[in-house]
Design a protein around this ligand. Structure first.
Ligand code: AMP
Length: 311
């Protein structure tokens, strides 16, 4: 069967899984590797950074999926309200040199009878999963489907969604996916706020308060040499000054999201509500004696990226 049309150096947009599978099979057959950047659209500079790094891999076709995945939204969440500026997104993809956009509808991807989903295991019920039951089952299921449809050599994900990144790495390891997951450091506004498609929900007043999240994480990270409690105390005391921010969780964990070590690399994670908007952020922290031997500042570890794919 012939593959659908694909023209180099422009964004080729496809809607059905079958089309994308045939195109990516044909690309592989002529020696091009496919790199996938899964997104929910409303693309911003964070997504652009993922695309830019993907583009740096030699001899690859950068593919992005744009799909607001109903399976990862809970009851009462913002599935309907989630921004969907498709035309803008396709321009961003073109600008970034992506050559393939997979833009399915929910029906294209799941059909009317889909019933099997992936179980993320115990970590799926912690942190984000405690507030958003079923969220990670939805994320892993859609990413597993994208991996099977596109069979990318690499897939790029942001550290902004750190727990998602950890769970996706675990899915790939535990279920023997052939795709390599690459983590990309969080892109921030100049005042520290992590870029997110949900930032558009913030009122002007809320937007002014929002950088307190990253300020708190930074304050915590700089206390790393004094241990876990000092890190958490510093972060929490920064947030006390901003009563508009309601903390959902503020936790220090190991880099695999198990218990934090006494000495060594850890991750400080926060979720908080600002008005009706839920924001998440996280940062790398060096704890205890590791500070003496590690990077010059605790935050340097947050910028190191989580896997080098030559990207
Ligand atoms: P989303 O469209 O929000 O599902 O995000 C798609 C991908 O972009 C995910 O891998 C996110 O972790 C990543 N991402 C979102 N925001 C940022 C950011 N500020 N910096 C880096 N990556 C991000």
């Amino acid at each position: 069967m012939t593959a659908p049309k694909f023209t180099r150096h422009q964004v080729n947009s496809y809607r059905t899984p079958d089309e994308v599978t045939r195109v990516t099979n044909a690309l592989r057959a002529v020696g091009r590797k496919v790199v996938l950047v899964p997104t929910m659209g409303a693309l911003h500079a964070g997504h652009r950074e993922l695309l830019r790094r993907a583009k740096r891999l030699p001899n690859t076709v950068v593919a992005a999926s744009i799909f607001v995945n109903p399976l990862q939204f809970g009851e009462g969440e913002d599935f309907e309200a989630y921004p969907r500026p498709l035309e803008h997104d396709l321009e961003v993809l073109a600008d970034a040199g992506a050559e393939l956009a997979f833009v399915p509808t929910a029906d294209d991807l799941y059909g009317p009878n889909a019933a099997v989903t992936l179980d993320p295991g115990p970590l799926g019920a912690e942190l984000e999963g405690a507030s958003r039951p079923g969220h990670f089952a939805g994320v892993l299921t859609v990413v597993a489907k994208l991996f099977n449809i596109i069979r990318p050599e690499y897939a790029f994900f942001g550290e902004k969604d750190y727990q998602q990144l950890v769970l996706l790495r675990k899915m790939v390891a535990d279920l023997n996916f052939a795709t390599r997951v690459v983590g990309v450091p969080t892109v921030r506004e100049s005042d520290g706020l992590a870029l997110s498609s949900r930032n558009v929900y913030l009122s002007d007043a809320e937007r002014e308060c929002a950088p307190a999240l990253s300020r708190a994480l930074t304050a915590g990270a700089y206390r790393g040499r004094f241990g876990a409690q000092a890190v958490l105390d510093a972060a929490r005391s920064t947030l006390v000054a901003v009563p508009e921010i309601k903390i959902d969780y503020l936790e220090l964990r190991g880099t695999d999201l198990g218990p934090a070590p006494v000495d060594g690399e850890a991750r400080l994670l926060i979720a908080a509500r600002l008005g009706s908007t839920r924001l998440i952020d996280n940062v790398g922290v060096l704890l205890g004696a590791a500070v003496e031997h590690g990077p010059e500042t605790p935050l340097a570890s947050a910028d190191a990226g989580t896997e080098d794919a030559g990207a």
